[in-house]
Design a protein around this ligand. Structure first.
Ligand code: WT7
Length: 676
């Protein structure tokens, strides 16, 4: 294109003027030991060879029966990977390692209290505990293949044991993040039709033993109001043999796992031979509309994909000690604390509590004590660790060879601190871009092949072929121009559908760029991530953030509609609008604007009540920075709330021209209130 030619740009095609960062290269020491160093992988995994290249990933697993077909797209965009193959995820993460590695540590559990001992659970021990608990699930809770069960548990070894026991029986688990409220847990119980809820009595968070059983009782009550009966609540004890909650057990419904397990000591449960396409679990995530979506992940495709990502991108070897700081209640924990690492016979660290408790050195003491050499965390944690103790890592004797960041874009300055202070200049970093829906990574550098670039996730991982489209569906091929990042091809780790809502699955993720709704050809179904991104000359992607109404708080998605509907439950509230506001550590925080019903006075108590209502319905993670009780919402003449204007006010930015609004004078009033 000649320089003088006028370029037509659509709204999505905003030019982004990032300063291109310098490359960082992996050390020869790292490359010398890396699992993947042959650049030919990118030729093997070219679109011409799709989908057969993914058999390389499936070969990492042990199958009872090989698949008949690599990809069945007859029901596109609901795909079946390794169709007809049979396997069991629990067998792949445990049993198959026993022959050579039964005495190796599978899980290092680090309690939050430093005076408590670290537990080292071997593969043999994991095998015993998973079998016994599977027997309990089958014989006491009467769960069978295909049933769904909701798990609301904090970080502890009992959580992966519970998940793997479900997987052994073919029971579909739905883990709810421990910090979520009873109401959020209830919504998931109802949507997944669970009649069994599994919880822990209590857990430590920032030095306090929290009563978690209380949440179970509330959740069961709310679920019942919505028509879903939970007949069995299984209660693990934080201290086996001792009940650490004040909430009474309910006769006939609640069962202490640690007592009941005695009936099953020594039990062995034959793993169910699951079809590759059978669902393994549900993981709920926020979207544009109020109701969270149950992302349904399959067995064979998902497990093959996460095993491959752990092996080739995280570079896990069986002799490594690997610590992912995420919570198992999010997809990161499912894929990269439990299923990926354990499928590879790695040693995976589970830490109960807050990374900076009781002080900013805690994480590095854990790394030192356990000899962690692969470390995985999120920008929000990196920012917190950097703020509270920038010089702490140097005081401890640990050495990472590899570090991961995930969840939101990382600022180059933070990336550089991570590299030099945490990694001590010795570790490579992968910035992995992906989502709950995608099961595993979409973009990242392959650490033994490609250099790193601070702030950029990198190219598509082998087999993933991203493309940037504008709003009209034209490819944005020019570097540095933003658009909607999509994936051209399906991949084994992608979710199969939204639980019970195929139409929403198609509408949300595929409708935008699909022109032939009846097509069975995967080429007609590019996957819409919902993120804006740019590509640079070298094919590296830089993710800018969500294009939908979702706020990324501490690396996790919260639907603005979800928060707004929670506020609207408060009787006095007439209208609610949520906007993201920049936060030093969390990345973004929700700011909440409220217009009250006529005649209701704006008081601090009422603002507090609204804030509490949100924590109650969703969880503390959604707590607004501030509840602004405003005289009126800025609105367009057609009555639409101008969230853009509120966002600019919250972030101390330019509100732009507001004269076309129905009520421009209110903007100044709100600005004074917020920016005073
Ligand atoms: C959204 C997905 C992936 C597991 C944890 C979050 C953002 C994720 C990155 C990254 C820039 C990122 C995207 C994405 N995101 N990783 N490396 N760089 N942005 O899972 O809650 O499903 O959120 O997080 O916006 O869509 P999630």
């Amino acid at each position: 294109m000649s320089k003088n030619e006028v370029v037509e740009t659509t709204e999505a095609q905003i030019a982004v003027h990032w300063k291109e960062e310098e490359y960082y290269y992996p050390s020869s020491k790292f490359v010398g030991q890396a699992n993947l160093t042959d650049p030919a992988v990118f030729d093997r995994f070219s679109l011409d060879n799709f989908p057969d290249y993914y058999t390389e990933y499936a070969e990492l697993l042990t199958w009872y029966k090989y698949w008949d077909e690599v990809l069945d797209s007859s029901d596109a965009p609901c795909y079946k990977w390794f169709k007809g193959g049979k396997l069991n995820a629990s067998y792949n993460c445990i049993d198959r390692h026993l022959k050579d590695n039964k005495n190796k540590t599978a899980i290092h559990f680090v309690p939050e209290l430093e005076e408590e001992r670290v537990q080292h659970i071997t593969y043999q021990e994991l095998y015993v505990r998973v079998n016994e608990f599977a027997a309990l699930l089958r014989d006491t809770a009467k769960l069978k293949r295909g049933d769904r069960v909701t798990i609301h548990m904090p970080m502890g070894p009992d959580l992966p044991i519970t998940m793997l026991a479900c997987a052994r029986l073919g029971v579909i688990h739905s883990v709810v993040f421990g910090g979520f409220s009873p109401s959020a847990s209830a919504d998931r119980i109802v949507d997944s039709q669970s009649r069994v809820l599994i919880v822990t009595d209590a857990y430590y968070r920032a030095g306090k033993l929290l009563n978690h059983k209380f949440n179970a009782d509330e959740a069961v009550k709310i679920a019942a109001e919505q028509g879903q009966t939970v007949d069995t609540v299984l209660v693990w004890q934080r201290y086996p043999g001792k009940y650490s909650s004040e909430t009474p057990m309910i006769e006939g419904r609640d069962i202490f796992v640690n007592e009941k397990l005695k009936d099953h000591y020594g039990a062995r449960v034959e793993p169910e031979q699951m079809l590759s396409e059978d669902p393994l679990f549900l993981m709920y995530t926020s979207g544009t509309t109020g109701k969270p979506k149950g992302c349904q992940h399959g067995t064979g495709g998902y497990l093959a994909y996460v095993a491959a990502m752990s092996k080739y991108i995280q570079d896990i070897h069986p002799e490594d000690v690997y610590w992912c700081m995420a919570d198992i209640g999010w997809i990161t924990g499912h894929s990269f604390i439990v299923y990926g690492p354990l499928a590879l016979c790695a040693s995976s660290v589970i830490y109960e509590g807050v990374p900076t408790y009781p002080d900013a050195g805690r994480s590095w003491r854990i790394a030192q004590e356990l000899d962690v050499n692969i470390f995985h965390t999120a920008p929000t944690a990196i920012r917190a660790l950097r703020k509270l103790g920038p010089d702490e890592p140097a005081k401890y004797n640990y050495h990472f060879k590899h570090m991961t960041t995930v969840g939101e874009p990382i600022e180059p300055a933070v990336w550089k601190w991570y590299e030099s202070a945490v990694g001590k200049g010795e570790a490579i970093i992968v910035d992995t871009y992906w989502q709950t829906e995608t099961g595993g990574f979409l973009c990242s550098t392959v650490p033994g092949i490609k250099p790193m670039k601070p702030g950029s996730a990198g190219p598509g991982v082998p087999g993933i072929h991203p493309i940037i489209y504008d709003d009209e569906g034209k490819e944005v091929a020019e570097p540095g121009i933003a658009g909607n990042i999509c994936i051209q091809n399906p991949w084994p780790g992608m979710f199969q559908t939204i639980w019970g809502d195929r139409d929403r699955f198609v509408d949300t993720y595929f409708a935008m760029y699909n022109t032939k709704p009846d097509s069975k050809d995967w080429r007609d179904w590019p996957y819409l991530t919902g993120d804006a991104a740019t590509m640079s000359e070298d094919g590296y992607y830089r993710v800018l953030g969500r294009i939908d109404d979702v706020i990324n708080v501490s690396g996790h998605r919260l639907g603005t509609k979800e928060i707004e509907s929670a506020a609207l439950v408060v009787e006095e509230v007439a209208e609610a609008a949520v906007v993201p506001v920049a936060h030093e550590i969390k990345g973004k925080e929700p700011d909440l604007y409220i217009a009250l019903k006529p005649g209701i006075p704006a008081t601090d108590e009422l603002a507090q009540k609204i804030s509490d209502a949100i924590c109650e319905q969703i969880g503390k993670i959604a707590k607004p920075r501030k509840v602004w009780l405003v005289p009126d919402m800025p609105k367009t003449r057609s009555g639409k709330i101008m969230r853009r204007v509120l966002g600019a006010i919250s972030n101390k930015g330019d509100v732009g021209n507001v004269m076309t609004l129905a009520n421009p004078e209110v903007v100044e009033e709100i600005r004074e209130m917020v920016q005073k």
